[in-house]
Design a protein around this ligand. Structure first.
Ligand code: HAM
Length: 430
């Protein structure tokens, strides 16, 4: 019986897997320049952590969690996002006694039982940052700028940054009253999700994707008219910094985000390819004031964001398939008989110790067949080992791009490969 790939999951290997890994490395390196350090948290937590933090009214908690009872009768959920787990780790380990803000970055797989479609999986990867314990518009602006610049550095020519404020508690309370009043007469005709949102978190209706409901949303009261002076000023300060960095943004009144823990500034990054491919947000985040307290810690403000790495990866591939990295080798060893195979085996090991990427086949194949493998594996050089080469301590080194072959002694081999690989702009770590 052949086992099926589970709906909403994917396998990645070779080029795609390499590029996903590289995304993590590049984003980690960029986050480090802002003083972020890594944090690693478990893949599953107690279910209540997510119901409390992500929120009962969110789609995630109400219908998308992978929850189960473990053998000890505990209610467990596979993490649908990482922010809640990071907050739990901060409380568990009392990390808040350290200098604030705490600045952590993370990368890992998360699980949401969503309807799969392009760019939407049930198990996917997020890279994110959380800056915890500071209430400053500089921190919000820094986070937004980090995300924007990181996407440009990864190769996006342009990013659509959508931004909004959902205000402080008082602004939101006032706004919710106005929204409830506005939606009440329409509610009967609205979708079931909106009927539920009306009761649990009326703000979420602004996010509804149903075209019919969107028409109703279009004329709903705007948050701007309900913001306190403080919330208005805070938002403006963040926008001023973005202007200073000449970062373009769109203020999107209906951007409320799908998680309950936000307050004040929220944002998302989007990209639409030339062929019109739009996978939804590449990343999003915002400011949150109550989450740490909600999970048992002190009352500290924070801001963070997360990218969906599959979406970023898919769009980068579409943008520039040529630059998209492929697996490659520096050297493929070609041998002629048992004795030269053994010699090649140990020579390969010497070359790897010198830092080269080297492979060979242990099957007894004709030289032509071995060269074909070398080409398929994207090797820069083939090193030919035969009886004579062993006797002379000199090998035939063939450049597989130019087809030029030269004899190189064992002593000169490392320098020769170094110089020629460098010429091809083919870096390898010493
Ligand atoms: P989120 O907007 O729910 O935010 O998810 C972040 C990103 O994950 C999205 O922008 C999208 O790129 C990606 N994503 C979401 N769902 C899927 C899916 N089903 N398949 C593939 N990719 C997906 C959060 O998770 C917050 N924790 C972000 C945050 C950090 N806010 C403050 N700190």
């Amino acid at each position: 019986m052949a086992y099926q790939l589970q709906r909403g999951t994917y396998d990645a290997w070779g080029s795609d897997a390499m590029n996903l890994k590289k995304l993590e490395e590049t984003l980690s390196a960029i986050a480090s320049t802002f003083g972020y350090v890594p944090i690693k948290i478990p893949t599953y937590e107690q279910t209540e952590l997510f119901t409390r933090s992500v929120g009962e009214s969110s789609d995630i908690v109400s219908k998308e969690m992978f929850s189960f009872m473990d053998k000890g009768g505990r209610n467990i959920t596979l993490r649908p996002e990482m922010t809640a787990g990071v907050m739990r780790a901060i409380v568990t380990n009392k990390l808040y006694v350290n200098d604030l803000p705490l600045k952590y970055f993370y990368c890992g797989n998360v699980f949401r039982y969503e309807r799969p479609q392009a760019g939407r999986y049930r198990e996917f990867s997020q890279f994110g940052i959380e800056c915890v314990g500071v209430n400053s518009y500089y921190s919000d602006a820094e986070t937004i700028v980090f995300g924007y610049n990181a996407l440009l550095m990864l190769g996006f020519p342009k990013i659509i940054l959508k931004i909004n404020t959902i205000g402080d508690q008082q602004s939101r309370d006032n706004y919710k009253v106005a929204l409830k009043e506005y939606f009440k007469p329409y509610l009967e005709s609205m979708c079931d999700d909106c009927k539920r949102r009306y009761e649990t978190n009326v703000l979420r209706i602004l996010d509804c994707k149903s075209p019919e409901d969107q028409k109703i949303v279009a004329n709903a009261p705007k948050i701007q008219d309900y913001l306190t002076d403080e919330a208005k000023e805070y938002f403006q300060k963040v926008l001023d910094i973005l202007n200073e960095f000449q970062i373009e943004y769109e203020i999107d009144d209906n951007l409320v985000r799908g998680l309950d823990y936000y307050s004040e500034v929220v944002f998302e990054y989007h990209f639409i390819s030339e062929n019109g491919v739009n996978l939804g947000a590449l990343g999003g985040g915002g400011h949150y004031d109550n989450l740490l307290k909600e999970v048992g810690g002190p009352s500290l403000s924070s801001v963070g964001l997360a990218f969906g790495l599959e979406r970023v990866n898919a769009l980068l591939k579409e943008l520039d398939p040529c630059c998209y990295e492929k697996p490659s080798l520096d050297v493929f060893m070609v041998h002629m008989d048992e004795k030269s195979k053994e010699h090649a085996f140990y020579l390969a090991s010497d070359l790897r110790s010198a830092g080269f990427i080297v492979d060979m086949t242990f099957e007894n194949k004709k030289m032509g067949a071995q060269f074909n493998i070398a080409t398929r594996k994207n090797a820069s050089f083939a090193i030919i080992v035969g009886e004579q080469e062993i006797a002379n301590h000199t090998y035939g080194v063939k450049n597989l791009k130019t087809q030029v072959q030269e004899n190189v002694s064992y002593e000169d081999l490392v320098d020769y490969l170094d110089n020629h690989l460098e010429e091809e702009d083919h870096h390898h770590e010493e």
